[in-house]
Design a binder for this molecule. Structure first.
Ligand code: SAM
Length: 284
């Protein structure tokens, strides 16, 4: 079935169902079905997968995911005004679209899906980072999902893929890159959306690695990185002082100069430091 699904253009759907965009819900809709089909293709092979879509809105991306052959799409939308439009899509692709009216932050969405699972969404900007952090910090790794293909404000996308030495480098980059391959696969100008947001947007594709890139205890690594970047201008021997009275020795054991700053430290070095702290905590 083509990406239109035999349904009217999205502008007509929005007019017919009175879906005037609400800023409070981060509603910036993608109306070009060629574009939504392209984003769905970037998510990889969907044929054998259940797909979670957060915030389908009038359903442009939803149509793309179904046209790309997703086995099943679970679409979680907070705005009840969108439900009739989504119901029309469900009827065009019978038995493959489940619609849930609710808040993505308070529903256990992954529990409703069968692996393999891919997550694809043009996220509402106000909850995008929070959802990403939740998906990146499950109780066990590998996670229930295989990949995340997510639209963010371009600045957030840059923080996810940032490398040491750049201003965008910080907690989000380390969290994402520790256990995923992360790439920006598309950048869109404001005019691609209706209404246009103030800033550019980018799609980031993250693939879950089977195991973390470098061994480290997740809680210790998270503590180290948080302390280091909370005072990113300070030298590590000072910003990390609260972690251990022996922090200078531990930094040296991890082959990190105590006078260096968080921004300069690679993921591998942060993991080495987390292991040194773990060794000390275990009395090693
Ligand atoms: N996917 C559509 C598209 O690409 O045109 C809409 C994307 S729009 C950026 C974000 C969507 O997320 C809106 O439809 C909005 O109503 C919905 N939304 C906002 N907050 C939400 C939440 N907490 N849970 C679920 N959906 C939410």
């Amino acid at each position: 079935m083509p990406v239109t699904g035999g349904l009217p253009p999205l502008r007509d759907v929005i007019a017919a169902h009175g879906l005037g965009a609400r800023k409070s819900l981060g509603q910036n809709f993608l109306l070009d079905l060629n574009l939504t089909a392209k984003i769905a293709r970037m998510a990889g092979d969907l044929k054998e997968c259940d797909v979670l879509e957060v915030g389908p809105g009038p359903g442009g991306l939803t149509r793309g995911l179904l046209a790309q052959g997703a086995r099943r799409v679970l679409a979680v939308e907070k705005d009840p005004r969108c439900l009739p439009a989504l119901q029309e899509i469900a009827e065009a692709w019978p038995g493959r679209l489940d619609i849930v009216n609710g808040d993505a932050l308070s529903i256990d969405m992954l529990a409703r899906l069968t692996p393999p699972i891919r997550i694809v969404a043009n996220l509402p900007y106000n909850i995008g980072t929070e959802l990403l952090v939740r998906w990146l910090t499950p109780p066990r790794w590998p996670p229930a999902w295989q990949s995340l293909t997510l639209m963010f404000q371009r600045e957030v996308a840059k923080r996810i893929v940032a490398q040491p030495g750049s201003r965008a480098y910080g907690r989000l980059a380390l969290l994402a890159q520790w256990r995923c391959d992360a790439n920006v696969v598309m950048t869109l100008p404001p005019e691609a959306f209706s209404p246009p947001p103030k800033v550019h947007s980018s799609v980031v594709h993250l693939t879950a690695l089977p195991a973390p890139r470098y061994r480290a205890d997740a809680a210790i690594l998270s503590r180290v990185v948080a302390a280091a970047f909370n005072q990113r201008r300070k030298m590590l021997r000072s910003s990390l002082k609260s972690l251990s009275p022996e922090i200078e020795t531990l930094l040296e054991r991890a082959e990190i100069a105590p006078t260096s700053r968080a921004e300069e430290i690679s993921l591998e070095s942060f993991c080495r430091l987390a292991r040194a702290i773990e060794g000390e905590e275990q009395g090693g």
